[in-house]
Design a protein around this ligand. Structure first.
Ligand code: 3HC
Ligand code: NAI
Length: 650
């Protein structure tokens, strides 16, 4: 870390250089505090420019420090010192000014930025609120309405919008520093504006708070931080900046110490580490521009949409005209719905469809850099697809299967150049779900692995490497989770009680509601196949339901009943009667017990997966659950939960 000072005439330039993102840690705080004094004492200096080294300003406070108690000097005090300095400080910003970075900039008397600048207070994503004056200075600089969107709703303006908002005083071209120096010289010719904290602020309408509360509550999904950030902002408007700063800091310190914030920090670092596993460091990925997707059903269409969204060209291969027409209409539907939700423009939707080519037969795969197979889950069908691809594709083209359960080694048997083959397991809907399980075989080349991680990054996915086992990481844990849920029911716990407990924990749906939505038949057929191979697989309640024709929502009932056209589950006396032979006496257990049983089952399976070397780390398992299976983000994942439970006991 270094905070460098250069003097250019009467202007001092202070550069925070703390790679990779200029995070403000204790050393930076100490140095800034000392510099504010030293530059005030330097009679040659009339103004100070504060900037960040490299491509960004400051990404925020150093999150790695948050597992320890806060250590002085505290950031609010450093910012207050800068704000009250005798010489005006001017923030010169390119790239991210996030969290404590934006708060530092707000403590400066002026802000100049390039178009590349981005401003955010992403603290709520970490389960905390801004802790260094962001909730107080921002509304005094840009007004209450826009400040709420940035403080509590994750709005992230760029340079041009920041100028319109009044968040920056001038938008300048690169090179940034000479432009900032010219700005400073000019500013010194005029009266200085008030410090941010001293500026007047008013409430645009009395409804502003209630409206913001409603918007925040609708999106909070149980997270506490957004409403608390609003509370701090409002307090400062109603009771003055000093009271606002005090409340902000106390909420910040309170939330920083919560389990939720610890869980979110754990995921923050896990998500970043996931993109850069040690084994592929320094290995160049193969260039990928055109991708063939074989099979345009549920998964193939979703994968094609994800690729098109990321700017790649796609050739979608189906068996016949009907398959092609179905896939085209699914993709049109996907882009139409993004358009309706305002996520993309009409032109972008058309441009994406223009990058799609459809084909019957594999000829077009010859010019593709990557092929992703998503045909029926059947070894013979998949093998015949790869036999064709092996003949047609370039030897350096990467070939991937999206199989859910089949051993990729069996699929690749006999494939020429098997080092280019691996599993790329997307999750449904593939254009939405962030998880990508990457499953190399023992023969997969390292640069093919690196290509897959690079592809994940380009698609905005979270890649997790999995070894080969039945169900890979995610479906293997899912199976154990479901088995435990059924064991609870067999032990007399009500179906609805299990679902309610898991919803209470933060899942969008309980395990039985989820099965009804996805269909009970696939897992049933899987168990039946094992039985037909002579394996001993005892009947479970789900088997009885499927045999009675109850396969879930699609048949009007599974664990619950469903009225026609209504997805809301209704308690089902029929389902209870069908499973009764396997169910013990009614046993009402506490929600915490249900959650603890299901968490323990997931964590035990996770531990086996780790011990067998299937997953590289416990954090990877958490990422699989959070990004592929709806595990509540604020709970950090099953392995995080287990580690915290162990720590509590010691
Ligand atoms: N503290 C510590 N480390 C950080 C960090 C932070 N605030 N922000 C990023 N990092 C680390 C990452 O963990 C990663 O480390 P690694 O190389 O060891 O994996 C490295 O910096 C690079 O990060 P990214 O991979 O995310 O880099 P990108 O270039 O893709 O993105 C960024 C840059 C947009 C700045 C992104 O890193 C980001 O959004 N950072 C987090 C911003 C944030 O949440 N700030 C608020 C912090 S809390 C705060 O400021 C409290 C205050 O109110 C008192
Ligand atoms: P699907 O049945 O919706 O689609 C399969 C498509 O492949 C059909 O459109 C079919 O016409 C086409 N097809 C079959 N043989 C073909 C061939 N030889 N050439 C070209 N096209 C062919 O199936 P779905 O659900 O999309 O699954 C596909 C694969 O993805 C399976 O391996 C499945 O296990 C896996 N998967 C499925 C997930 C899901 O949630 N549905 C999740 C993750 C993986």
């Amino acid at each position: 870390m270094s905070v460098n000072v250069e003097i250019e005439g009467e202007i001092a330039i202070v550069t925070i250089a703390n790679p990779p993102v200029n995070a403000v840690n204790r050393a930076v705080r100490e140095r800034l505090l000392a510099l504010a004094q030293a530059l005030d004492d330097n009679p040659d200096v009339r103004a100070v420019i504060l900037t960040g080294a490299g491509t960004l300003f400051v990404a925020g406070a150093d999150i790695a420090e948050f597992d320890r108690p806060a250590e002085p000097p505290f950031l609010p005090d450093v910012i207050a010192r800068i704000e009250r300095a005798a010489k005006p400080w001017i923030a010169a910003i390119r790239g991210a000014a996030f969290g404590g970075g934006l708060e530092l900039a707000l403590g400066c008397r002026f802000r100049v930025a390039t178009e590349s600048a981005r401003f955010a207070l992403p603290e709520i994503n970490l389960g905390i609120i801004p802790g260094a004056g962001g909730t107080q200075r921002l509304p005094r600089v840009i007004g209450v309405t826009d400040a709420i969107r940035i403080v509590a709703e994750n709005h992230t303006p760029g340079g041009a919008e920041a100028l319109k908002l009044g968040l920056v005083d001038a938008l300048v071209e690169e090179p940034l520093l000479p432009a900032a120096i010219a700005f400073a010289r000019n500013a010194l010719e005029h009266a200085l504006p008030s410090p941010s904290l001293d500026r007047p602020v008013s409430v645009p309408s009395p409804d502003v708070w209630a409206e913001a509360e409603d918007r925040i509550a609708a999106r909070a999904k149980g997270a506490a931080a957004p409403a608390r950030a609003l509370q701090a902002l409002r307090h400062g408007i109603e009771h003055g900046a000093e009271a606002g700063l005090a409340l902000e800091r106390s909420i910040f310190l309170e939330l920083r110490a919560t389990e939720e914030a610890a869980a979110l920090r754990h995921l923050f670092f896990a998500e970043r580490a996931a993109l850069r596993p040690a084994e592929i460091r320094g290995i160049n990925p193969r260039p990928i521009e055109t991708v063939a997707v074989v099979g345009g059903g549920t998964m193939g269409s979703g994968i094609a949409a994800a690729l098109l969204n990321a700017g790649l060209s796609v050739v979608l291969i189906e068996q016949d005209e009907a398959g092609v027409a179905r896939a085209r209409s699914t993709l049109t539907g996907i882009f139409d719905s993004s358009r309706r939700r305002g996520q993309i423009t009409d032109d972008q939707a058309s441009e994406r469809m223009a990058r799609l080519e459809t084909s019957i037969g594999y000829g077009a795969a010859a010019r593709c850099d990557l092929v992703i197979e998503a045909v029926f889950e059947d070894l013979t069908v998949k093998r015949s697809v790869f036999a064709e691809l092996g003949r047609i594709c370039r030897p350096d083209a990467v070939l991937a299967t999206n199989t859910s359960y089949i051993d990729p080694r069996l699929i690749a048997e006999g494939l020429p150049w098997p080092e280019r083959f691996l599993g790329l397991h997307f999750f449904s809907p593939a254009q939405v779900m962030k998880l990508l399980e990457i499953i190399p075989t023992p023969e997969t080349a390292l640069d093919v692995l690196a290509t897959s991680f690079d592809l994940a990054r380009r698609l905005g996915k979270i890649p997790v490497r999995s070894g080969i086992c039945d169900g890979f990481i995610g479906n293997r844990i899912l199976r154990r989770f479901r088995a435990e849920a059924e064991a609870l029911v067999c032990g007399g716990v009500a179906i609805a009680a299990v679902d309610a407990a898991m919803r209470g924990f933060g899942f969008a749906m309980g395990p039985f509601e989820m099965q009804d939505m996805a269909g009970l038949d696939i897992a049933f057929l899987y168990r039946e196949a094992a039985r037909s191979r002579g394996e001993h697989v005892p009947d479970i309640p789900g088997d009885l339901l499927v045999r009675a024709g109850r396969k879930g929502q699609k048949t009007g009932g599974g664990w619950y009943d469903y009225a026609a056209g209504d997805r809301r589950p209704q308690l089902s006396a029929e389902a209870e009667r069908i499973i009764a032979p396997l169910v013990g006496a009614r046993n009402d257990v506490a929600e915490e017990t249900i959650v603890a049983r299901l968490m323990a089952a997931m964590a035990q399976e996770g531990q086996l997966i780790l011990d067998e070397g299937i997953a590289a780390s416990a954090a990877d398992i958490d990422l699989v659950e959070v990004h592929g299976y709806g595990f509540p983000r604020r709970r950090g994942g099953p392995m995080f939960q287990a580690a915290r439970a162990r720590a509590d006991k010691t």
